[in-house]
Design a protein around this ligand. Structure first.
Ligand SMILES: Nc1ncnc2c1ncn2[C@@H]1O[C@H](COP(=O)(O)OP(=O)(O)OP(=O)(O)O)[C@@H](O)[C@H]1O
Ligand SMILES: [Mg+2]
Length: 239
């Protein structure tokens, strides 16, 4: 339900009224580090003393709760739902409600689930809400643009031609839709400089970090990786 009698769109702006900035971490290609960048960025912002939130919008492949080691954390009910504080980050994820099982949602159902969670989540006061987007240019991206038009894109790409082309196409599309871009992050750098993206600043690059896998689920350890140190420099440019 999202027709003229659906009350949810009207409440989303109100729910997000205490959120100063919304960063949608995307890249459109799968498996390029969007979730690692989103989760680590939210942690880094919290460590800088900012009120930080993270919303895992990849309903079928939610993994931010695993990266942050959310364990048994669970949202509280209070005129909606209040995201639990995990390592200083307000985290919302469909994983809290799916008990570790896959969430098979078709297009309209995924849109409705996003609308539902956006409408009922009480984020409170946040300096920055990071949205971890699923792969693809389809529903979720277009829904975010529709429901949170002030969201800025933080684009993750890799040196691969295939990732760069996806990023280029999507940047052009979302640019046409009037969406702001905060910048591009190159993950899994290989050495040679990445060609520039039209209308988007290259904020920095992240190397392959063999220490990342062992740091998953352990925020302290994650913050001590080379990956987090490089991302912190990029976070500084974003603020
Ligand atoms: N810089 C890096 N160094 C080492 N491993 C990395 C790096 N970036 C990402 N990875 C690993 O690559 C895998 C994919 O990362 P991640 O899940 O963040 O990608 P994604 O773009 O969110 O994927 P999806 O499209 O499925 O949502 C993970 O196992 C992650 O630990
Ligand atoms: Mg992901």
């Amino acid at each position: 339900m999202s027709g003229p009698i659906d009350p949810r769109p009207a409440v989303i702006a109100k729910r997000l009224s205490g959120v100063r900035r919304v960063l949608a971490v995307t890249g459109w290609k799968g498996g390029i580090g969007k979730s690692l960048v989103s989760s680590t960025l939210a942690l880094l912002l919290a460590r800088r003393g900012l009120q930080s939130g993270l919303f895992d919008l990849d309903f079928s492949g939610a993994c931010d709760h695993l990266i942050l080691g959310a364990g048994a954390a669970f949202p509280a009910e209070e005129k909606g739902i209040v995201p639990p504080l995990v390592a200083g980050v307000r985290l919302m994820s469909a994983a809290f409600f799916s008990k570790g099982r896959a969430v098979p949602l078709r297009g309209a159902e995924a849109s409705s689930a996003m609308l539902e969670l956006l409408a009922i989540t009480q984020w409170g006061e946040l300096d920055c809400l990071v949205l971890d987007m699923p792969p693809g240019i389809g529903d979720a991206g277009l829904d975010v643009v529709r429901w949170i038009p002030r969201a800025e894109l933080l684009v993750v790409t890799t040196p691969s031609l295939l990732a760069r082309e996806s990023a280029k196409r999507a940047l052009e599309l979302f640019g046409r839709l009037g969406v702001q871009t905060a910048g591009v992050v190159e993950n899994l750098r290989r050495g040679e400089p990445l060609p520039a993206f039209e209308g988007a600043e290259l904020l920095g690059a992240l190397d392959f970090d063999s220490g990342l896998e062992g740091a998953l689920g352990d925020p302290e350890r994650l913050l001590n990786t080379d990956f987090a140190r490089s991302l912190d420099v990029i976070a500084g440019k974003l603020l």
